[in-house]
Design a protein around this ligand. Sequence first.
Ligand code: PRX
Length: 705
Amino acid sequence: MDKELEGAEVAEAQIAVHWKEEEYYYPSAKFIAQANAADPAILERFREENFPECFREYADLLTWDQYWHTTLDTSNAPFWKWFVGGKLNASYNCVDRHLAKNRNKAAFIWVPEPESEETQTITYQELYARVNEFAALLQDFCQVKSGDRITFHMPMVPDLPVAMLACARLGVIHSEVFGGFSGAACGDRIVDSGSHILITMDAYYRNGELIDHKVKADQAIERAAENGVKIDKVLVWQRYPGKYSSPTPMVEGRDYFVEDLLPEYRGRRVAPVSMPAEAPLFLMYTSGTTARPKGCQHSTGGYLSYVAGTSKYYLDIHPEDTYWCLADIGWITGHSYIVYGPLVLGTTSVMYEGVPTYPDAGRAWRIAERLGVNIFHTAPTTIRMLRKAGPDEPQKYGYHFKLMTTVGEPIEPEVWRWYYHVVGKGEAAIIDTWWQTENGGFLGSTLPALQPMKPGSCGPGVLGIYPVIYDEEGKMVEAGSGRAGNICIRNPWPGIFETVWGQPERYVQTYYAKYCKNKNSKDWHDWPYFAGDGATQAADGYFRILGRVDDVINVAGHRLGTKELESAALTVEEVAEAAAVPVMDELRGRAVEMYVALKPNYAASSEVSEKVRTAVETLIGKIARPKNVWIVPDMPKTRSGKIMRRVIAGISNFTDVGDTSTLANPEIVEAIRQRVQKEKVARGDLPRELSKQELEEIRRFGRAE
Ligand code: PRX
């Protein structure tokens, strides 16, 4: 055995865990006094013996046209049906029902990226008018009816939620493709969903540039046509109504400006269509670069109940709050927690068009101050970006948050503490919400007034969610054992997706087959949901998510979580971002290589590299000591901000970096490749020939999707 491995107690199949326990942080008395969930009785109500009826409490936050008769129907497990017999309309719940008391309260405040442009306030009344008019247009001009699918390829503009709610009003299934995705990616999703209408926009701002977006519609339509699906009509919103901001020509008889069509529908009202609770509300694709994308089909009644309940108790949304979620509506976070959750509760949801650090590091805080934002929702990648750009900026602005969230990936405790002390000014409670596109809403989090925060841990399962960690053999990994395994949810919940659109076998295979106890069972206890994330549970019941189970680096039989390695690197003062990748190694199978980007005003030096090596070695162990530390200006990232580890792994191993066209910054790839490979060649650190399996491992590494 390698000398460095002596004393290691982990078996091959386990992920080694070396985290140290972090300290608790408690919310302020002021926060607790006003919280929606401040009475511990709520925890009792959602105990397992009250499942599934406990979720009535969430469904009762909605207005139903017809009350349901069966809370959970498991007769076709694992295709769960919630609130069966119930009927409702999502658009009515998000818009109409607020008119009586809050007609002129802001539903959305939209902030354009150019600071010289005015913010736009859309009251519930105005939203009602716009949604109805657009619904009338869809119905008459596009001839769509309930159950049809419409694909959107829209940036962060208010026309996007207007279009979503108009579809919901008609029972039409919307499928928004993230605006930053390529035309080809959009085309594939058009094909998969079988849409014949595409809704897009001429242009939008990003990082100071007015980007031509219409061009992608043409590419998407071509791609769809090649694959047998014809788009009949393209509706094009204009960034500046009445003015076309794209150089790409409109196609006669196919492309229409929404602004040209709308006058005919002014003042029109469309009755909301009463939909069965289990009718699909929307599709949200989880993208893969290799396999066919998975269209996660979300329901109307279950989904809306779940986002209402979690928004109320976890985001602590009150109607009088000003809530700002920095995600893009093109992701599930934006659907659930910019549009449906906040609106169903009748609050004000802020939407921002562009990059939070444009034109400078203070922009986000100026927006928060000016609009009086008191709930702030974002992701670790943005937090790191804000810290990198302006670590001292928040204190220059007079905003006050009562609650902040982090979502999307594990947050390094170091970054968490900056978020808490600097962004939150020590006043805001933080919730770290763990969940997935497939889940509709949160799975793991602390209830902000009732359960203390612990940096780096999401917390226990949320109300009505009973997680468990299984090892590869299906044996439970006990809380406090210090071991990691696959986190699963033992029960279904109202927000869970209904199926993978058009691929029901893939739904069962990917999420339920692994730990199913009996394939013929109609009892939910036999169908744990496999999330595909590695996790460990502390003795206090809090979960710490290690990242995707395929995100581990196996050094001589030790499965090291990339997040853990990166967290160690981030304890070094100078480091702003870190990415750990495997490099094939003669001796140990794999060794760790670390890529780091530094905070502003720090220069790359061999001292910094050495500090990173030492930090990893001290915090995790000698085995994990990075073979190389590369200091780079930036990381290759997806448009949702996730670091593309497979691209970096390709560079480190001299293999093909794969498709980089969906990256936010594809140009960085070549710059890093040249630098790293040149230096490796100079050192004679050349790779051996790799097996097919090894090549595949690198190609799929980290799978940022
Ligand atoms: O690995 C987990 C990570 O993000 C994955 C889901 O990504 P996506 O479907 O894009 O949804 C993101 C928005 C919900 C998960 O499988 N993840 C998400 N939230 C957290 C997280 N990892 C750790 N902590 C979180 N809070």
